[in-house]
Design a protein around this ligand. Structure first.
Ligand SMILES: [Zn+2]
Ligand SMILES: [Zn+2]
Length: 466
């Protein structure tokens, strides 16, 4: 710094004022992300579709001595506050990055004026069409970043730090693939320009044109607080889960609003909505659990889910006996052709072993011949104990018969086979296909109120009697 001050004959505090950190600390002091500062566009980007530092060719053309502005290093500056054109990232002649520091060639040749491409020497040009709205936003944001003056449309904001933290949180929301539906609820001109998500995880990594769309949307969401934000988030069923990765940096007015107004209870998921999703799950053989419903409905907690799922998740021993009787009857009438009967027998045996030993279906599917034999032996020893209900004996006897008589087609015969159970074509049997078939079978044989997954029967014969 001393050297720089002496060489340039400028006082040190004048140089300091020109440093990235002078502005950077005001807008993102609270949390610097791993190895990089929030909002600063990285210089060393790789792909051609990545964002990179920018310049305004019109500003450079007007300069007596062209120089690169500090403002151009920040991701929220997508347009020139003076000219209103989108900032340029690459030379229109040769395509090299305009930011001189990212041009390795600088070291090997005489520098040219900064208004020219350091690589090919062509005059830097770019898209000169003017966007008054983005110009206004860039102007307001830069004023805030440098002087702490907050935009008049955002009276809830106390200082630059709060504005940029809230803007970043909102920009990240607009980037999230799980929240893309919110674009439909922004004003028409914004919704129409919803960016094509490039897989970039941070707004800094997007090219300027894409970034501009995000910043414009985020800026709108924070204006007229909290109306714009609330209306759009509620319509798109955005919940606090969507913000979970950014809790640490949200200003209090934002985080408390999200916690209070966007919790699932406020979203009022109705029972009929939950029933619709349950039906859809059942038709597709998917397990109905609270967490799968919450995911599907995009809520963190809902009374309706709790109410509907609570009484469905545990079967009784009677229900187990009823289901067994039904499946055994089914086995008798199923034709032997096309392996149907063999498949049903195999699934049933897996199911019985799973329930009797209180072990999940997936584990049973992976068992070897010896493990299955040992398991049956263990269950037999246990059933001798007096506390075992008679149904246990009956079911176990059936399982043993099945295990010994099961159709050869679905039983791996080869002595080397690791697994006892195989698929129809000798392939490895996966637990989820067995699960799926039972999910379709259970509601046909039992009360529809019962949660239709094989897991509903686990725990009715606890594996260890204490
Ligand atoms: Zn300009
Ligand atoms: Zn060039």
């Amino acid at each position: 710094m001393e050297w720089l001050s002496e060489t340039s004959r400028l006082p040190q505090n004048t140089i300091q004022a020109l440093c990235l950190d002078n502005v950077g600390q005001r807008i993102s002091a609270r949390l610097t992300m791993a190895k990089r500062r929030r909002w600063v566009v990285p210089c060393n980007v790789k792909g051609p579709s990545d964002g990179r530092s920018t310049c305004c060719p019109l500003c450079l053309a007007e300069d007596a001595t062209p120089y690169f502005r500090l403002a151009w290093r920040f991701a929220f500056m997508t347009h020139c506050p003076r000219h209103g054109c989108v900032l340029t990232e690459a030379c229109s002649t040769c395509g090299s990055p305009v930011w001189p520091a990212s041009q390795h060639i600088l070291l090997s040749r005489q520098p040219v004026e900064l208004s020219r491409c350091q690589c090919c020497g062509g005059i830097l040009g770019g898209n000169k069409s003017i966007d008054r709205e983005m110009q206004g936003i860039a102007d307001a944001l830069w004023l805030c970043a440098t002087t702490d003056a907050v935009p008049s449309s955002m009276p809830q904001v106390a200082n630059a730090q709060e504005l940029f933290d809230a803007l970043w949180t909102t920009a990240q929301l607009l980037l999230r693939s799980g929240a893309q539906r919110i674009w439909k609820f922004l004003p028409e001109c914004l919704a129409a320009s919803a960016p094509t998500v490039t897989g970039a995880h941070y707004v800094e990594l997007l090219p300027a044109q894409q970034r501009a769309k995000i910043i414009r949307g985020a800026y709108w969401l924070l204006a007229s607080w909290p109306n714009n934000f609330y209306e759009a988030a509620r319509a798109a069923q955005i919940s606090r889960l969507h913000f979970s990765s950014n809790w640490a940096i949200q200003p209090t007015w934002l985080s408390s609003f999200i916690s209070e107004k966007l919790s699932a209870k406020r979203l009022r998921i109705s029972e009929s909505q939950v029933v619709t999703v349950i039906k859809h799950f059942e038709e597709n053989g998917l397990a109905v659990t609270k967490s799968s419903l919450r995911r599907a409905l995009n809520v963190s907690e809902a009374k309706a889910i709790h109410k509907l799922v609570k009484h469905r998740h545990r079967a009784t021993q009677e229900e187990f006996t009823t289901l067994c009787t039904a499946i055994e009857r089914r086995i008798e009438v199923t034709p032997r052709s096309r392996d149907q009967r063999a498949t049903l027998c195999r699934d049933y045996l897996i199911f019985l072993l799973s329930v009797l030993s209180d072990t999940c279906v997936e584990t049973i599917c992976k068992m070897s011949h010896e493990e299955v034999e040992a398991l049956i032996q263990r269950l037999r020893d246990r059933s001798v104990a007096s506390s075992t209900p008679p149904e246990f004996f009956i079911v176990l006897a059936y399982a043993r018969t099945l295990a010994h008589q099961e159709e050869p087609l679905i039983r791996s015969r080869s002595a080397n086979a690791r697994r006892r159970f195989t698929g129809r074509f000798g392939d490895e049997l996966s637990g989820c296909t067995v699960r799926d078939r039972f999910a379709k079978l259970i509601p046909q044989e039992l009360d529809r109120n019962l949660w239709n997954s094989v897991d509903a029967f686990l725990g009715i014969y606890p594996s260890s009697e204490k």
